[in-house]
Design a protein around this ligand. Sequence first.
Ligand SMILES: [Zn+2]
Length: 172
Amino acid sequence: MEVTGHGPLVACPGCGALVPDVAGPTHAYIGASPGCWAAWGEVQARSFASPAIAAVQPLAVDVYAVQHPGLAERRAIQSVWVHLVSLCLILEAGRSPVDGIRAKQLLLAGARIFDRLEPPAARYSTTVLDIAAISDPEAVPEAVRRWARVTWEAWRPHHDAIRARAAALALG
Ligand SMILES: [Zn+2]
């Protein structure tokens, strides 16, 4: 999809990116506009082209989910939590994206008691459009890590709660 083409733009309700006002599929509970969801589809597709991009893809999944908290319903609340814990482990504890995936599995295998975290304002300085715009595959991994740091920082009021949850996991 051409994300910089003609036609009206709308702000994505999740990340705030200005995206084409198109009709199209979205996710059941990730709160993205169709234009943003299409840009995300492009970014995901590129991970097949390069092992370096594929290696940061689980991190990108966490970031995208966290930037699109959606409505205050159970699956959405749970999704934001598990992806934030994974972000915390990768960015702060130096864990691998694979450990992040294990953390999410552990959280979802547990009692699944998650209080809603009030999301930050839906406007990020780095969004999926910045990643989609990168033409050099070699530059994607660092851009994804930057995107992750910006996103983690935006959730600062909840850092302590997320860290506690991450620390309680038996990741080994
Ligand atoms: Zn978005």
